[in-house]
Write a protein that binds this ligand. Structure first.
Ligand code: ZN
Ligand code: ZN
Length: 571
C-alpha cells in the first residue's frame, strides 16, 4: 500500500503545503475580517476551522489534489473548503491579500499574530499611542499594558505574543487519537501506546510520547513527516525520533521490542521522581533491558514484589513504597459517581432549563443533580436575584414531585464577596440543600487578603463547597495566591469541602492541592460546572486529577448517596 510515497524525493515533499500553513492563512483572514465589522460568527468559524485543521492527520494539500470533499471534516463548510482549495492550488488567498493591502500597516501585521484579538489590541494601541507589535511587546515587558489596561488585557497580550508550546490535556487527547490512528494506518506499526505525561493524565501537555513496535523504524519516521501534510523532524536516531507538531507541542516516538514492552511502558511513563524511587527497589532500570523478562507491566511489578501502580500515580510521592506494602489506594472511577454537584441552568448563564439538565443527568446515570446558578451580584453571568431564587426553590420542590429517577438539589453558586460575606442572605441560604461558594471578582487582592476572604466565608454555616478554589485558567492565567494550608485546615475545622472543577481549562483544585486536602481528611466533590446538557462527560477530566491525587471513592462527595451527603452538608 502506498509504495509510491516512498519514491517521492525530498523536494516534492517540501512543496506540499502543510495543514499548519493552510491554517495560518485562514486564521490570518479571520484576524482581518474581525477588524472589518464582519459577522463575528464568520470570524469564529474561520478561527475554529484553523484550529481543527492544525490537528488533522490527513494532508489537506493531497486531499485537494485528489479532489476530495473537504466538507467531510467537521467545521469545514463550503466557503472554507473553497478557500482551502484556493490556497493549495494557487498558493494564495485573494481575499486575505486584498484585505491586507487595504488595511493600515498596524492592522495588517495582526494577521500574523492569530492568537491576539485585533479589536482588543487596537484598543491598547490607541490608549498607549503605539502602532506596532514591537512596541506592544516593549510596553508589555515594562508593565504598561497592565497598569493602563488591567491584568486581563496584559494576560491576553502576553498569551497572544507567546508561541504555544503546551496544550490542555483534552486537546492532547484528540491529537493522541489522531496520531495513534496514523501510526497504525499510515505507518503500519505493530503496536503503539501513548506514554509520558499524557498517560499520567497531567493537565497541561508539552510533549506527546509513544512507544511503538515496528520492523522498519526509519520508514515510520519518514511517513510521520507526512503527518498533517508535513511535520518537521527535529532529531532522530536508530530507536528514537522527535517531531515538532503544528499544534505547538513535540511528538516523541521510541522504538521498543515486544520482549521489553512492559519494561518500556514503565520507563517511558513514570516521572523522573517516580523512576528514581523505583530504582531504589529494582536497581538500575536500563540494565534490565534486553533480557526479555518483562513483556508486560504486570510481570515487572510482580517480579519486584509490587502491586500494579496506576499510571496516574507514577509521580514519585509514596506510591512505590505503598506498592511494596500492598496499600495502594483503589482509585475512584467514573462508575463510582452518583451525582453532579455543580451545574448551571437558563436561570443564570446555562443553555438548558433545570428540567432538561435533570433529565440529562438521569440519562447520564446519576441519582441527583445540584442546580447551582450564579448569585445576584454576578451580573455578567445573569446572577439570580434573591426573589427569583425563592421561586426556584419552590419550583424544584414541584419538579421533584413529578420527576422519577433523579433528585434535583436546591443550590446556588454563591459569590464570595470581597469582604468574605456570601452573596445571599442567610434566610434563603438556609432553604438550600447545600451551597457551592466561589470567588469571581477581585482576583488581584494579595495572598493574605484573598486567604482571609475565603476563611471568613467558610465561617458562614451555610458554606459547603469551595468552587474552583484558585480561579486558575490553564495556559491563560495563574490562580490567585492563597495560603492553601490555612484554607485546608479551616475547611477541616468547619466541615467545608472542596471541588475539583472538571472544566478542562480549570482542573481546580489541582491534583497536588487535592492530595493535601484529602490527606487532611477533607472530602472533595468532582464537578463539571456544566452549562449545558452535553457537558456531564467532561467529569472524566476531573476523575483523572482525582486519581492523580490518589482519591478513593470514600474521599469523594458525589460518590455518596444523597442521604449521607445531606448529613455532611448540615453544619
Ligand atoms: Zn464559578
Ligand atoms: Zn459554576
Amino acid at each position: 500500500m502506498e509504495t509510491h510515497e516512498e519514491l517521492q524525493t525530498p523536494a516534492q515533499t517540501q512543496s506540499v503545503l502543510s495543514n499548519a500553513e493552510i491554517a495560518d492563512r485562514l486564521a490570518g483572514l479571520a484576524q482581518l475580517l474581525s477588524t472589518q465589522k464582519e459577522n463575528p460568527y464568520k470570524v469564529k468559524a474561520y478561527h475554529r476551522a484553523a484550529a481543527r485543521i492544525r490537528s488533522l492527520s490527513s494532508s489537506l494539500d493531497e486531499l485537494v489534489r485528489e479532489d476530495a470533499d473537504l466538507t467531510q471534516f467537521p467545521g469545514i463548510g463550503e466557503a472554507i473548503a473553497s478557500a482551502i482549495r484556493e490556497i493549495v492550488l494557487t498558493g494564495k488567498l485573494r481575499k486575505l491579500d486584498t484585505l491586507r493591502g487595504q488595511a493600515a500597516p498596524e492592522v495588517a501585521s495582526l494577521a500574523d499574530y492569530t492568537r491576539l484579538d485585533p479589536k482588543r489590541v487596537l484598543r491598547v494601541y490607541k490608549k498607549l499611542k503605539i502602532s506596532s507589535v514591537e512596541e506592544l511587546r516593549e510596553k508589555l515587558e515594562r508593565g504598561e499594558v497592565e497598569s493602563s489596561l488591567g491584568l486581563r488585557m496584559a494576560q491576553h497580550v502576553r498569551q497572544g505574543l507567546t508561541e504555544a508550546h503546551a496544550m490542555l490535556l483534552y486537546r492532547a487527547d484528540g491529537l493522541r487519537d489522531s496520531i495513534e490512528q496514523f501510526l497504525f494506518e499510515k505507518c503500519g506499526v505493530k503496536a503503539a501506546q501513548v506514554v509520558g505525561a499524557c498517560r499520567r493524565r497531567v493537565e497541561v501537555i508539552d510533549e506527546l510520547a509513544f512507544v511503538i513496535q515496528t520492523d522498519n523504524f526509519s520508514s515510520v519516521v519518514r511517513r510521520m513527516q507526512r503527518y498533517g501534510g508535513r511535520t518537521e523532524l527535529l532529531e532522530s536516531s536508530a530507536d528514537g525520533a522527535l517531531f515538532a507538531l503544528a499544534a505547538g507541542i513535540t511528538l516523541s516516538l521510541r522504538l521498543c521490542s515486544s520482549r521489553d514492552w512492559g519494561l518500556s511502558l514503565i520507563t517511558e511513563t513514570g516521572s523522573e521522581a517516580h523512576l528514581e524511587k523505583l530504582e531504589g527497589v529494582t536497581g538500575e532500570i536500563t540494565s534490565l533491558h534486553g533480557k526479555g523478562a518483562f513483556t508486560t507491566e504486570a510481570a515487572f511489578y510482580q517480579t519486584f514484589g509490587m502491586a500494579y501502580i496506576e499510571p496516574e500515580l507514577r509521580e514519585g510521592y509514596d506510591e512505590v513504597e505503598r506498592a511494596q506494602r500492598g496499600t495502594l489506594p483503589v482509585l475512584v472511577t467514573m462508575k463510582n459517581l452518583r451525582g453532579e454537584l455543580h451545574a448551571h441552568s437558563t436561570s443564570s448563564d446555562g443553555s438548558h432549563s433545570i428540567e432538561e439538565m435533570a433529565i440529562a443527568a438521569r440519562d447520564f446515570g446519576y441519582e441527583y443533580i445540584g442546580i447551582t446558578d450564579h448569585s445576584q451580584s454576578l451580573k455578567i453571568a445573569r446572577g439570580v436575584p434573591v426573589e427569583d431564587l425563592w421561586k426556584q426553590i419552590r419550583y424544584i420542590d414541584q419538579l421533584n414531585s413529578r420527576l422519577a429517577g433523579i433528585r434535583v438539589l436546591k443550590s446556588a453558586e454563591v459569590d464570595i464577596l470581597t469582604d468574605g460575606t456570601l452573596d445571599y442572605p442567610d434566610d434563603v441560604l438556609e432553604e438550600l440543600d447545600y451551597t457551592v461558594c466561589s470567588v469571581h471578582s477581585r482576583f488581584g487582592l494579595g495572598r493574605q487578603e484573598q486567604t482571609e476572604r475565603i476563611l471568613r466565608a467558610m465561617d458562614n454555616r451555610y458554606f459547603n463547597i469551595l468552587g474552583h478554589a484558585t480561579g486558575r485558567l490553564l495556559l491563560k492565567r495563574p490562580g490567585y495566591e492563597l495560603d492553601m494550608d490555612r484554607i485546608i485546615h479551616h475547611a477541616k475545622q468547619n466541615g467545608c469541602f472542596f471541588e475539583i472543577n472538571s472544566s478542562p481549562d480549570r482542573l481546580d483544585l489541582s491534583a497536588g492541592n487535592t492530595r493535601l486536602a484529602s490527606e487532611a481528611g477533607v472530602k472533595i466533590a468532582i464537578s463539571t460546572d456544566a452549562h449545558s446538557t452535553r457537558e456531564f462527560g467532561t467529569v472524566r477530566y476531573g476523575i483523572d486529577q482525582a486519581r492523580r491525587a490518589g482519591l478513593e471513592p470514600a474521599s469523594v462527595l458525589n460518590c455518596l448517596p444523597w442521604p449521607s451527603l445531606e448529613r455532611l452538608f448540615r453544619r
